[in-house]
Design a protein around this ligand. Structure first.
Ligand code: PFF
Length: 452
């Protein structure tokens, strides 16, 4: 029997898990949504969602992984043999794949923009040329596909090296570097004249903007941010050291991830406001606004490169955690060697991911193929984020809270955790009643059964 790899220390566990949580979501999704839905007020709701939904499910996933030392499907099969519960794992593997189809496409753009920043393409950029450059990228049938292949080759290279030499070494090196780069960008952004408007966009507390939609958004965001519901934390949990304090790891990861999102917001919004631009969400913010504003200020070229480098780090460490889900599954359940499992996973992701890449824009090669108004890219995003993640999370909460052996969970979550005795009763209460109720509401509203 092959010995199964684990991370080598608590620090490695922390950086790898944080590497999964910190992703493109921190840079374009979180800061913008915070500003749009009421700043500090939204932040409070978000933190509540982390405590009542995110952390309970995360700890449940850690338990499943570390207790069984198996992949997402194998873990459930081991604890509940011959029951349909293993499909929590199947949903996870499928969701991880679906997310990768479009996430690798956006990550490809990030790598390409890093390359363009290094080449000096943004030296004399204007609003029009920033738009034109991004517009040309998304409709090109070649460039984004090539960069998607580059991204997947990097991810495959890291994963083939294994859990310790690949995932652990890369995340331990790159996560601290990400912090340094983001703080460098913050220092510059916060010393620009007019930066205060950006800070108040992010933090001003406005309870008036807290609608039901805002609360639902915060819930979905907490889930996506912590990489839950898709087998990721089950798989990483299976590599945790046996005495790692799971409560502490979960809390530290959630807090650090939120800190990275806020630091990203503090680099972006002061800059956007200092140059008198409207903040916008998503790709526009990352690929049009950022080159425009950074290139207009002193040391802009260096900061722009730093910014896309940190975005590339964030995207890469999140992607390795996602691809590890099918890799662990294929190598343990289907008997493939690790290298073959990696190559098969990235080959499938690339083959289907091309459909997402070539359908992003109406003008893209496959842009005309839509179903109910959505192309491939949007469908992959919608089905995974709105349906599979909340469903996976709901099933995990039900399994851990109502089906699994409570004494076994208590034993696993207490290992190495001095605070466990006090936290466990609260944990079980939240997981049994609060978490499933909230996840059910998100799920029903995202499939349109209830309207909030
Ligand atoms: N947490 C990552 C982000 O916020 O960008 C995205 C992500 C990674 C989602 C891994 C899901 C996942 F399993």
């Amino acid at each position: 029997m092959k010995t199964r790899e684990t991370f080598s220390s608590g620090l490695a566990v922390f950086f790898a898990t944080l590497g999964s949580a910190v992703g493109l979501g921190n840079i374009w999704k979180f800061p913008y949504l915070t500003g749009q839905y009421g700043g500090g007020a939204f932040l409070l709701v978000y933190l509540a969602c982390i405590v009542f939904v995110g952390l309970p499910v995360m700890l449940g996933e850690f338990y499943l992984g570390r207790r069984t030392r198996r992949n997402a499907v194998g873990a459930l099969e081991k604890l509940a043999p011959g029951t349909p519960w293993k499909h929590i794992g199947t949903i996870g593997v499928a969701a991880a794949g679906l997310i990768m189809f479009f996430y690798s496409s956006v990550a490809g753009w990030v790598y390409y923009y890093l390359f363009k920043a290094l080449r000096g393409d943004f030296a004399a950029v204007t609003m029009e040329s920033a738009k034109a450059q991004f517009g040309a990228l998304v409709v090109s049938p070649v460039t984004p596909v090539v960069w998607q292949a580059v991204v997947l080759a990097v991810v495959a290279g890291i994963l083939i090296m294994g859990v310790k030499k690949g995932i652990e070494r890369i995340t331990k090196t790159l996560m601290p570097l990400l912090f340094v780069l983001i703080i460098a960008c913050d220092l510059r952004a916060l010393t620009l004249p007019g930066a205060a408007d950006g800070v108040s966009f992010l933090f001003a507390v406005d309870f008036g903007k807290l609608s039901a939609a805002a609360v639902l958004t915060a819930l979905g965001l907490a889930f996506f941010k912590l990489s839950l519901g898709m087998g990721c934390m089950i798989t990483y949990g299976s590599y945790f050291t046996h005495d790692n304090d799971l409560f502490a790891t979960g809390a530290k990861v959630a807090l650090s991830d939120t800190l990275v999102s806020l630091l990203a917001g503090l680099a972006i919004f002061p800059t956007v406001f200092a140059f008198g631009l409207e903040p916008g969400a998503g790709p526009g913010l990352l690929f049009m606004t950022i080159p425009l504003v950074f290139s207009q200020m002193p040391f802009g070229a260096i900061l722009l490169t730093a910014f896309f480098f940190l975005a590339a780090i964030a995207a890469t460490t999140a992607m390795i955690s996602l691809v590890e889900v099918p890799v662990a599954y294929l190598s343990e359940e289907k008997g493939l060697t690790r290298s073959r499992a990696v190559l098969l996973s990235v080959a499938v992701i690339f083959a289907v991911g091309i459909l997402a890449t070539l359908s992003v824009d109406k003008g893209s090669l496959l842009g005309g193929y839509t179903l109910m108004g959505r192309g491939f890219f949007d469908w992959f995003d919608y089905i995974s984020s709105n349906i599979m993640l909340p469903l996976g999370g709901l099933l995990i909460a039900l399994f851990i809270g109502r089906f699994a052996d409570k004494a076994d969970i208590v034993r696993e979550l207490s290992a190495g955790s001095p605070a466990a005795a006090r936290l466990l009763p609260v944990y079980f209460f939240i997981l049994r009643y609060v978490t499933p109720a909230l996840l059910l509401v998100i799920f029903l509203s995202s499939v349109g059964v209830i309207k909030l």
